[in-house]
Design a protein around this ligand. Structure first.
Ligand SMILES: NC(=O)c1ccc[n+]([C@@H]2O[C@H](COP(=O)([O-])OP(=O)(O)OC[C@H]3O[C@@H](n4cnc5c(N)ncnc54)[C@H](OP(=O)(O)O)[C@@H]3O)[C@@H](O)[C@H]2O)c1
Length: 320
């Protein structure tokens, strides 16, 4: 089968389309003939080689999120899975391929009327947005800022925050055009990447869902209301400055809460229950997914170039 591996870490040109044997599902796994493959930020981080210390080696087959039809099952797996259309988390490898394997507890049946592209846009990121807002204990009438809203986590967070009755859903983004698209998804105020702009934006936020982190993170503390809750879910802008902890303590009298959140810490059955209800909502049209572009699998390097250039609004999807 065709797959995309990393020959050289760094630039997208180091990715290569190769022929490899079809993976055989181990006990507890299913094999999936892919119809859609999500291209996520973590794939780019692995490709750049910044995670070499975590054991990623040359020849690594990228990709963690696929949709497709179950073609085979491993020992101990109910054979009735065969033929079903599913979404699956494949771990941190194995997705950029015509066939992938996944543990059966990371596989979920798809509604007939949800496209594979929509599923791989929502499957991984939707649960992050959902549980981040749970962590933030958002209640109706509160003000929310989604920082880095133009990615698939932010796009879902904006919709969910609006749906939960936030009185304002502000976003940061880098262009007027993206701001307009985010307004269409439920944002009420559009700020630039520094958090400025939007003259009528709320003076303070009760909740911040932050995909960015980076050097400007401490500035956000000044924009939070007393008892505000800040949930950091990503680091697309890099790590915060070393004195971030001191800046948080300087805001002591506001009783702020700062937490990191990873969906890895949510029990798998809880993740699957939310995913299932989000897939159903997307199939009904109640939750929107944004597919930036669909490209053939052998153009995975182009997809990564687009990500590196910051061109992607939503998510790029590969098809085998
Ligand atoms: N917490 C979890 O469980 C979990 C799970 C999966 C992934 N993640 C993390 O989530 C992140 C990816 O999320 P995503 O796919 O939604 O995001 P993304 O698409 O990679 O980025 C979201 C937006 O952030 C803005 N941005 C990019 N670089 C920036 C910078 N240097 N400064 C300010 N804004 C910047 C861009 O929008 P504009 O150009 O419009 O500003 C971009 O579209 C990664 O850090 C990944 O590790 C977390």
């Amino acid at each position: 089968m065709k797959a995309v591996v990393i020959r050289t870490f760094g630039d997208p040109d180091g990715m290569e389309v190769v022929d490899v044997p079809v993976p055989v599902p181990a006990p507890g796994q299913v094999g999936i003939a892919t119809e859609a493959i999500g291209v996520g930020g973590v794939d780019a981080v692995i490709r750049r080689g910044t995670l070499a210390a975590h054991g990623f080696r040359t020849g690594h087959l990228l990709g963690s999120e696929v949709a497709g039809r179950v073609a085979a099952v491993g020992e101990d797996v109910d054979p009735s899975w065969i033929g079903r259309r599913v979404w699956a988390f494949t771990g941190l490898s194995g997705g950029y391929a015509e066939q992938a394997v996944a543990a059966v507890e990371d596989v979920i049946a798809l509604p007939d009327d949800l496209t594979g592209a929509a599923a791989v846009t929502l499957g991984g990121s939707g649960v992050v947005a959902h549980f981040a807002l749970e962590r933030a204990r958002l209640t109706p009438g509160e003000t929310v800022l989604v920082r880095g809203a133009a990615g698939s986590i932010g796009i879902t967070a904006v919709q969910l925050a609006a749906g939960r009755g936030a009185s304002a859903v502000a976003v940061t983004t880098s262009s007027v055009e993206r701001g307009a698209r985010l307004r269409d998804l439920g944002a009420t105020h559009v700020l630039d990447r520094t958090g400025e702009g939007g003259p009528d934006a709320p003076a303070g936020f009760d909740v911040v869902i932050d995909v960015v982190a980076g050097p400007q993170l401490p500035l956000l503390l000044d924009r939070m209301n007393p008892n505000g809750r800040f949930v950091a879910v990503g680091v697309v802008g890099g790590q915060p400055p070393a004195d971030f902890g001191m800046r948080l303590m300087d805001a002591f009298r506001k009783s702020l809460s700062f937490t990191t959140f990873s969906s890895d810490t949510v029990p798998a059955p809880d993740r699957q229950a939310v995913r299932s209800s989000q897939f159903a909502a997307a199939a009904r049209g109640d939750l929107r997914t944004v597919v930036h572009e669909v490209l053939p699998l052998d153009q995975a390097a182009l997809a990564h170039r687009r990500m590196d250039a910051g061109e992607v609004f939503g998510r790029i999807v590969l098809t085998p």
